[in-house]
Design a protein. Sequence first.
Length: 376
Amino acid sequence: MAAIRPDHARHRRTACGVARGADRGIHQGPPGDLVTTPAIEIRDLSKSFRAHAGWGQLFRPGRQQPALAGITMTVPAGQIFGLLGPNGAGKTTLIKVLAGLILPDGGQASINGKDVVSESLAVRQSIGVVYGDERSFYWRLSLLENLRFYASLYRLPASLAQARIADLLARLDLQSVARVRMHALSSGMKQRAAIARGLIHDPPVLFLDEPTRALDPVATHELHRLVRERVADQGRTVLIATNTMREAEELCDRVTLINHGANIFTGSIAQLRERTHDAIVYRLVIGGGQDGWPRGLRAIAGIQGVSVDSVDSVGEAVRQLEVTMDPKASALPIMMRYLVEQGAEIQTCTRQARTLDEIFRELVQESGREVLQVAR
């Protein structure tokens, strides 16, 4: 948590500790024009760490392991933007660079037009950060004392701090543990406390690094609601890093997929679903039919694969088929006609939607990088 200095005179402050107008990334251009600055702008950002080779190699030059490999992305103001990827993809490193906690090796990054390196103090005043494994609270102080302390760092007036704390405690269901020391709270309660701290100064830009990792479904739902309200009602910007594709689909306007520190895809969830068209899968349940028809199915042009499972349904032998087709071929009507000609009774035929996890793994394969397991 970066301390906030009161003597930074270059920036006019409101009660929330940020300059009016700058909080939404808007500045006045020529007379009559309003120019919208991206909330987050990243150009060719890189960061490497020394690969650990044991204590014997501590003082010798070591191999550099890239965590960020030339990432470029732009996050418009007033959006919920998802940073997606498997564990170790570089999501947390990117957020730490944007928050001014570590320096990049190359490239540039800015928050509402402020450079994260040369104007790091102004950047820290205008952001909130929530990590999934928060450990920076004062454990011998109560939750309430911690929140009051952090509110004072942001120079919030006492009355405003009290109102904000009361609202966040209520909305995150923390009222019953407000006077409990931090070390006695469960991991889920500590994570809710971290969310409250990240929101207490009402930052224009909020970074959430896997914020729901330790939350139950009720707390997760409330966090999602808070995030949506901040964007819809106040025009704030949220960058959420997650490896849970379901969360990204529920929350995000746009997403960037990264792996091994490099961009794979940027766009909306709908564009992500349309990004690959390698195959279409149909699942059918059929009864009857002559022997040998599966072999005939595989011979139809455009059918790439057929799997057959036999199922005994209330004494009636039926088969479940999974048929993979080339999307450029018109194999579906040919297949249906063939099955009818073979005496098969088609009970159901449904097209299977591909999961975001499957699409993500496919994009990683296309990029020529190692496929990592994506958490669900």
